[in-house]
Design a protein around this ligand. Structure first.
Ligand code: ADP
Ligand code: MG
Length: 688
């Protein structure tokens, strides 16, 4: 802004914390409170007590043992206390000269020399005692607590806190009467010392309940608004034609769809038939057969004369995932003079130019690839359906870019996102409330449950024996190592070393190696050798994460399993148990320095050993990691819940969720004000 003074460091820090408006400051609530309303007489003090004392300075000297320090003696008439400062300014020393009346606050220690306070907070005794508890706000180094307190107090005084809850809403949510937003905020910033600290700290006080309800309402409203905005957009209505591509593809499939696949297929088809963009998440455990469902959706779009884009997070995944699909579709497209185009980062210029040309002229009905698909040069004249595999590995910006591919025509493509990491119900109700969800809750027949064993690294030799036995029976084995990039720093055994060791330990067995630093062509040939059964064991970094489909593989060994995330482990495990043979997953763990595996790592390994159910895994993952980690890219830039807790406040969440549409319908102006107040400019991100 011209003419305005440059921001000071604390002002910049305020901005960074997102505290730019008065209301932001008012909603910045304390993380704890200090009781400065009382003076404790030293005579009545208890060891270890956080106390505020007041007295006259009777001694002040700089001592040098054991190190340089200022020692001030304070006499409150009942006893004396030594205040010790290991760093101090001359001005502080002056302010605590003999004869001064001083108030000091800190944790009291008793001992040989009587009461002590180390680095207490001090202030002149003539300051009036506060009537309320003193708030301690979450802050950063550049923003002193005192500055922040003043800023929050000023924001609280100036902010518009008029009620946005329609009459009766608070009651219908089960909130205690008398706690409006204004009252709740005034109270939480400066609670009366009579309130039991526990009610404040466990956030069960009615004022907290009100804040949580407000926050949850903002979240529900913003998703509702997003959903309604989307419902107002136009997309091509795509109808499956009798005898069309959809039916032809069904007939060409080498298997019958499971009931679950049929059901979600119908859900998707009925979305596609509407002239409103689909926004659906297809979730299903690893191996549940999402790709077929996606292919059938693509067939509907293509049959109707439109283009379809399929995106996967990495090249190898894109290829692995879609090769079969293309194998099925391509013969059906050829008679219609349509083809499949590939777009990847590693493509030669000439090939790429050719692909772009085919896409631009509409000859490529199906476009498969990585992020390359959403780059600017890629022009889809008729994109009607975008399918994103492993959606959680794409960022919000990328999803927005994909949707923007059709906006020139005042239409949006239908969007189908696929994920093997199911969203736990609490998250689905909160962060993903704007999303329609289809779930494949059934595996194709003939799969055998995978037996999971957690085994210490010290028993590696036994594991190698097991591999030998599997290979002797004509089975194949995966051995997964953590990423090479990390191993340099963390001293993990890397894939190369493991490959050598296994090759040496298993004479006569062909052991392949696949890692992230290999050129793509080499990766592909290693994969091909494993798929054809030429190699019996495949050592790899997580590049195989979700992409391989070798039904003959019956053993999965994951080295340093303690370093992997839960959903990652679950996905890796999903690579075995695809055939009829009994399959196993061995989680090798290496105890850390203290001879133990960390608590969360242990919880992950335990979850893996106890369940094969992707939903249960996801639920536990949420418990272990919390929603912040879980949401990943979806929430970058959008606010996480600060006050409400999805597990603890589930009942409130359900009530708010039920009430939100009513508020939006009957009191749109209140809803708008509520959203502006709570989300400011941050709601954009929820639209992706
Ligand atoms: P994911 O959900 O993990 O993406 P895929 O779509 O890759 O699963 O399917 C896993 C394997 O199961 C593939 O080989 C696929 O061809 C096969 N498959 C899918 N649906 C069925 C079915 N109904 N019956 C038999 N095999 C199926
Ligand atoms: Mg898949």
């Amino acid at each position: 802004m011209p003419g305005s003074a440059p921001l000071s460091a604390p002002q910049k820090a305020l901005r960074k914390l997102g505290l730019s408006r008065d209301i932001d400051l008012a909603l910045h609530l304390p993380m704890r409170w200090e009781d400065e309303t009382r003076i404790t007489a030293l005579r009545d003090a208890r060891e270890g007590e956080l106390a505020q004392i007041e007295g006259t300075v009777t001694g002040s000297e700089v001592a040098f043992r054991p190190r340089r320090q200022l020692v001030v003696t304070l006499d409150d008439g009942t006893d004396t206390c030594q205040l010790r400062f290991f760093s101090f300014y001359p001005s502080q020393q002056k302010a605590m000269a003999i004869g001064t009346r001083l108030r000091a606050r800190g944790e009291l220690r008793g001992g040989l020399f009587g009461w002590q306070l180390v680095h207490p907070t001090c202030r002149p005794a003539h300051d009036p005692l506060p009537k309320a508890l003193t708030p301690v706000y979450p802050t950063v180094a550049a923003l002193p607590q005192a500055y922040l307190r003043k800023a929050v107090a000023a924001g609280l005084a100036r902010a518009d806190l008029s009620d946005t809850f329609a009459p009766g809403l608070a009651q219908s949510l089960g909130l205690a009467p008398g706690w409006s937003l204004r009252e709740s905020l005034a109270f939480l910033h400066h609670p009366s010392p009579e309130v039991p600290m526990a009610l404040l700290e466990d956030r069960s006080h009615p004022a907290w309940q009100r804040l949580k309800a407000e926050e949850l309402l903002a979240q529900q409203l913003s998703q509702l608004v997003t959903k309604r905005e989307r419902d107002a957009l136009r997309a091509p209505a795509l109808l499956a034609q009798p005898g069309g591509l959809h039916e032809q593809l069904l007939a060409a499939l080498p298997f019958q769809r499971t009931q679950a696949q049929c059901r979600v297929g119908e859900e998707i088809a009925s979305d596609l038939a509407r002239a409103v963009p689909m926004h659906r998440l297809l979730q299903g455990d690893v191996g549940s057969g999402k790709t077929v469902v996606a292919a059938l959706a693509a067939a509907i779009a293509i049959d109707a004369g439109w283009q379809c884009a399929l995106m996967a997070p990495t090249e190898i995944l894109a290829e692995q995932h879609f090769r079969k699909l293309i194998g099925w579709l391509e013969p059906l497209l050829a008679p219609r003079a349509l083809r499949v185009a590939w777009l990847t980062g590693s493509q030669k210029k000439k090939e790429r130019a050719e692909m772009l040309e085919q896409i631009a002229c509409g000859a490529a009905a199906l476009v498969v690839g990585t992020h390359a698909v959403i780059q600017e040069q890629v022009q889809f004249p008729r994109l009607a359906l975008a399918i994103i595999d492993e959606q959680h590995r794409f960022g919000v910006a990328q999803r927005l870019a994909l949707r923007a591919k059709m906006q020139a025509q005042e239409q949006e493509p239908h969007l189908l996102m696929m994920s093997a990491t199911p969203i736990p119900r609490t998250l689905a109700m909160s962060y993903y409330a704007d999303l329609d969800v289809s779930t494949i809750d059934e595996l194709p027949p003939g799969r055998t449950p995978v037996l999971t064993k957690v085994i210490a690294e010290s028993r590696r030799a036994e594991v190698v024996e097991r591999i030998r036995a599997q290979v002797a029976q004509g089975r194949q084995v995966y051995w997964v190592c953590p990423l090479i990039e990390e191993s340099e720093a963390l001293d993990l055994s890397n894939a190369t070393a493991t490959h050598e060791a296994l090759s040496a330990a298993l004479p006569g067995v062909a052991v392949g190696l696949l890692h992230s630093r290999m050129p793509t062509a080499q990766k592909k040939s290693v994969m091909a050798q494993f798929e054809s059964g030429e190699t019996g064991v495949l050592v790899s970094t997580t590049v195989i994460e979700v992409g391989v489909d070798v039904p003959n593989a019956s053993l999965m060994v994951i080295e340093h399993a303690e370093r992997f995330g839960l959903s990652q482990l679950h996905q890796l495990r999903g690579r075995v148990g695809r055939g009829a043979a009994a399959s196993a997953c061995v989680l090798l763990y290496a105890p850390g320095e203290q001879g133990r595996v960390g608590e969360t790592a242990r919880a992950r390994l335990k979850a893996m050993a106890e369940t094969n159910d992707g939903f249960e895994i996801a639920r536990r993952d949420l418990d272990i990691r919390g929603p912040g980690e879980f949401l990943g890219a979806r929430q970058s830039g959008a606010p996480l819940l600060r006050f409400a807790d999805l597990q603890e406040d589930r009942a409130l969440l359900e009530a708010v969720r039920a009430a939100a549409p009513r508020l939006l319908d009957r009191h749109p102006e209140l809803a708008q004000r509520h959203l502006a107040r709570w989300l400011g400019g941050k709601s954009e991100y929820l639209k992706a």
